[in-house]
Design a protein around this ligand. Structure first.
Ligand code: COA
Length: 360
């Protein structure tokens, strides 16, 4: 746990969702799944999700969300790029350097961070630490995911709950306690649960080069029931830790945003904490579980409705594969979100997606 000096703030908030939207019925039919819209809505709260089309990648969404965050902060540059993702464009190299290049940021440090669905919370810790350490002034933290590329379309437990998207924040120095400043962070992990959320093949343990592997090895697999229980327990306990660290009570929280995994999980955590329903925000119905991208996407949707006053005590909490989890206490940012999602009414319109070129 760490209590930063509260002088690093979120200054800009950007998003990008791929234009293709799939309803519950469409995703069920697409995979030929034995499921229904009613089951998905009642058991998860999800109504629709965005999926990339075949020409788009995690890096493409990241470039647009990163550009949107810069615009939101009225900034033209960033001096570091951290890309939180568990669905990189390639296994090697990291995706972040190419994203930084396509954003025209020059020779800035750029690296991927994989904490699965906790990636944004981990990323906030790393980004704010870099600022506090004086290693950079204005890091761009992007969380971008394309889970539609790794879930098994025939697995009804995962195919229905994930979506694609990207959210980004630009951070920078600020006066202590001002809107957007990060007041406290709790990060934790438990690798004994690494099998609960996994893609078994494709790494050094089971490379699977050229071998036609079993679906259970090559696709994303999740033991939903166990994950559900652990997610509720750890997000609840981690939230209490960070609140106690910064001296806030659940009563004082004016914005609660949890990882958008399942509405029932979010309700259980918020109920246990005693967060007033009026102060719970999210967009799982619209975007499903977008892994690392879920918290910045939910923050942007909340900010676009001006639902929270700048500076309000805010609690973010996340849980994901690893297992990893963590929470952040911050003051709600004073940033108008910018969305660079291409128009859904123009199929194939990728005008806001920069092609990967050598010159920026
Ligand atoms: N449609 C219809 N039925 C489904 C289904 C679907 N999409 N998915 C599962 N079921 C069935 C199960 O097969 C089971 O049937 P059975 O009783 O005949 O065995 C029944 O529904 C209940 O299964 P259960 O696992 O108890 O469902 P659930 O209410 O726990 O919901 C998840 C399943 C995956 C939605 C839920 O466990 C979940 O959200 N887990 C956590 C996900 C998460 O937090 N991820 C975060 C880290 S990325």
């Amino acid at each position: 746990m760490t209590k930063p000096d509260a002088t690093t703030a979120i200054r800009g908030l950007g998003t990008c969702l791929p234009p293709q939207v799939l309803t519950n019925d469409e995703v069920a039919q697409r995979g030929g799944l034995d499921t229904t819209d009613a089951w998905i809505r009642s058991r998860t709260g999800i109504v629709r999700r965005h999926h990339v089309t075949k020409e788009l990648s995690t890096g493409d969404l990241a470039v647009s969300a990163g550009r949107a965050a810069l615009q939101s902060a009225h900034a033209t540059t960033a001096d570091c790029v951290i890309l939180a993702t568990s669905t990189p464009d390639r296994r090697c190299p990291a995706t972040a350097p190419e994203v930084a290049h396509r954003l025209g940021l020059g020779a800035v440090p750029a690296f991927d961070l994989n904490a699965v669905c906790s990636g944004f919370v981990y990323g906030l810790a790393v980004a704010s630490s870099l600022v506090t350490a004086g290693l950079c002034r204005q890091p761009l933290l992007i969380a971008s995911e394309t889970y539609s590329r790794i879930v098994d379309p025939l697995d009804r437990e995962t195919a229905v709950i994930f979506g694609d998207g990207a959210g980004a924040v630009l951070l920078g120095p600020a006066s202590a306690g001002s809107p957007g400043t990060i007041a406290g962070i709790d990060l934790e992990s438990d690798g004994s649960g690494s099998e609960l959320i996994t893609i078994a093949a494709g790494g050094s343990r089971l490379p699977g080069h050229g071998v036609l592997l079993d679906r259970d090895l090559r696709y994303f697999r999740m033991q939903g029931k166990d994950v559900y229980r652990q997610a509720v327990r750890h997000m609840h306990e981690s939230s209490l830790k960070v609140l106690s660290l910064v001296g806030w009570t659940a009563d004082s929280v004016e914005a609660f945003i949890g990882h958008q995994a399942n509405q029932r999980i979010l309700d259980a955590v918020a109920d246990r904490l005693g967060i007033d329903p009026h102060y719970r925000f999210g967009n799982i119905h619209d975007v499903a579980n977008t892994a690392a991208a879920s918290i910045p996407l939910a923050m942007a949707s909340t900010a676009s409705q001006a639902a929270v006053r700048p500076g309000a005590p805010t609690l973010l909490t996340a849980f994901g594969g690893g297992l990893t989890w963590g929470s952040v206490a911050l003051h709600w940012p004073d940033a108008r979100p910018v969305d660079l999602t291409p128009s859904a009414t123009a199929p194939g319109n990728t005008s806001t997606f920069s092609p990967p070129t050598q010159e920026s």
